[in-house]
Design a binder for this molecule. Structure first.
Ligand code: HEC
Ligand code: HEC
Length: 318
């Protein structure tokens, strides 16, 4: 049934995507002119104080070395999520524990992604695509190796865990002409420059932790503030709800509430920087899994401002 709707949608917009501006794929999916969406090398590491850390509301303490141990990440609030399968909490071989980068809450960071509340079949399909290489973790360079060493059972268990997790409010989206100066720090995250200063936002989304200290400790429930250009939210809403004459109503496939269905992901409340990255990769063909042809036409005709507006609006939807 759903396939039939898609086929109709694809046919209706075939002419539109044929007219789409052809943009040259960036080399290997990297866009050096868009470091806000494609975080590469750390510009400035934070100095590390080795003393054990604690978080308000948690009875646990961890040293910074334990907090950044990708094989065994901190689990600050074990009573706030179901018992995780082994691979989420502890890595083995080349498989790093999912909870390290995606957090035990599954809410993730902008350079990784939120997994909480994605559908189980979607997560499984992405792991298979990372495994086959049809999808590449271009900026992080981790997911292909991780997926290729996982068993089918581990993939199923990790997918079931993350699919079961709720998505509490995590994203704050603020339209602003000026933004604080930032730099790419530990964990390929963007931080407000302590030296201060403001600059025009330009065609960018700037995501920074809502509370730097807690996010650096991998607090699984403290989220991000994203500054977006003025007018992005209204422009994004029109594109998402109606296609705005250049793309398709996203809810047709992603669910009217934009929370995903079948092997189609939730878009509501995702990290905007992550969403923007994916739209560029559908557009340039870097994402080429078996389900990508269902998505590619809707990214094909979007320009930079559309992508920013769509990502900004989707992140703001709860
Ligand atoms: C060292 C960090 C790291 C670890 C550990 C990690 N991931 Fe990832 N993961 C990433 C990054 C970075 C991305 C984003 C790739 C991109 O930009 O497309 C990602 C993306 C994903 C996606 C795609 C999400 C989407 O919305 O399409 C899935 C699914 C995923 N990871 C699952 C897992 C699972 C399951 C594990 C544990 C076995 C895991 N990851 C461990 C860094 C990590
Ligand atoms: C015809 C159905 C269809 C329509 C319409 C559609 N999508 Fe998709 N979308 C998909 C499918 C299927 C996937 C998963 C593709 C894959 O597995 O590679 C996807 C994936 C995505 C992703 C990747 C999310 C992630 O977690 O990595 C983004 C972002 C996205 N779509 C945005 C949009 C936006 C924005 C619109 C509307 C402008 C839209 N989609 C319209 C089918 C659709």
């Amino acid at each position: 049934m759903r396939r039939i709707v898609w086929v109709a949608a694809l046919a209706a917009f075939a002419s539109l995507s044929a007219r789409a501006a052809t943009q040259q794929p960036a080399a290997g999916g990297m866009y050096p002119d868009k470091p806000w969406a494609f975080p590469a090398a750390i510009e400035k590491p934070f100095p590390e104080d080795p003393a054990p850390k604690s978080l308000p509301g948690s009875t646990r303490t961890y040293t910074p070395a334990q907090i950044d141990n990708l094989m065994s990440p901190p689990d600050w609030f074990p009573d706030r999520h179901p018992a995780p399968p082994q691979v989420v909490a502890k890595g083995h071989g080349g498989v790093m524990a999912c909870g390290a980068c995606h957090l035990m809450s599954g809410l993730g960071h902008p350079e990784s992604s939120g997994l909480a509340g994605l559908t189980l079949p979607y997560i499984v399909q992405q792991m298979l695509d990372f495994k086959s290489g049809a999808r590449k973790d271009v900026t992080g360079k981790r997911m292909n190796g991780i997926a290729s060493e996982m068993t089918d059972l581990e993939i199923q268990e990790a997918a079931a865990y993350f699919a079961s997790l709720p998505v509490p409010p995590f994203q704050k989206v603020v339209e602003s002409a000026m933004v604080p100066k930032t730099f790419l720090g530990n964990g390929r995250m963007r931080f407000v420059d302590p030296a201060g200063g403001m600059e025009p936002i330009g065609a960018r989304i700037i995501s920074v932790p809502q509370e730097v200290d807690r996010v650096r400790l991998r607090d699984p429930y403290v989220g991000f503030t994203s500054y977006v250009p003025m007018g992005s939210l209204a422009r994004g809403k029109t594109l998402v709800d109606t296609g705005g004459g250049k793309t398709m109503n996203c809810g047709l496939c992603h669910g009217l509430d934009l929370k995903g269905q079948a092997s189609i992901p939730r878009l509501a409340g995702m990290h905007p920087v992550y969403l923007a990255r994916q739209l560029y990769w559908f557009k340039d063909g870097t994402r080429s899994g078996p389900d990508a042809p269902l998505m590619k036409p809707w990214a094909a005709s979007l320009n930079d401002d559309d992508i920013i507006a769509i990502a900004a609006y989707l992140a703001s939807v709860e």
